[in-house]
Design a protein around this ligand. Sequence first.
Ligand SMILES: [Zn+2]
Length: 149
Amino acid sequence: MSATMPQNWFNYIEHKLFQNNKLGQPNPSMRIKFVVTYTSPMGRNSYSRCLVLSGVDEISQTIVNMNQRIQKKSAEAFQRERERSKMSLDVRHRVLERDGRGCKYCGRGSDVVTLHVDHIRPISKGGRTELNNLQTLCADCNLGKSNKW
Ligand SMILES: [Zn+2]
């Protein structure tokens, strides 16, 4: 069935064909074509991927897998948001005090550099906002760290 054919029109034709014995035993088959297209904001690049699924088993298994991936992504996004929200002024203060108000790498203090409270294991990689995963870094060392990774 073409995706552009209205459902009621398809049903009407199918009904007529059965009524007039033009179709024998129903021989249902399913085929789903997924097309995903991405176009960059300025429209310079465009990518397209196509996935064709046929048969009830393949279609249902693919939908189950997609649903699991979506739920997992959603749970991970919720977890990241929760960890970001835990970064309070109190937590920052405790980390700065623990680290002697200086950068853990170069030792400079807030009198000469801007100090950041950094996640050792980034939230994006599953890191938590807990004192043992936080460190004081100056802006320079924090930038250097992200360049190295
Ligand atoms: Zn530093």
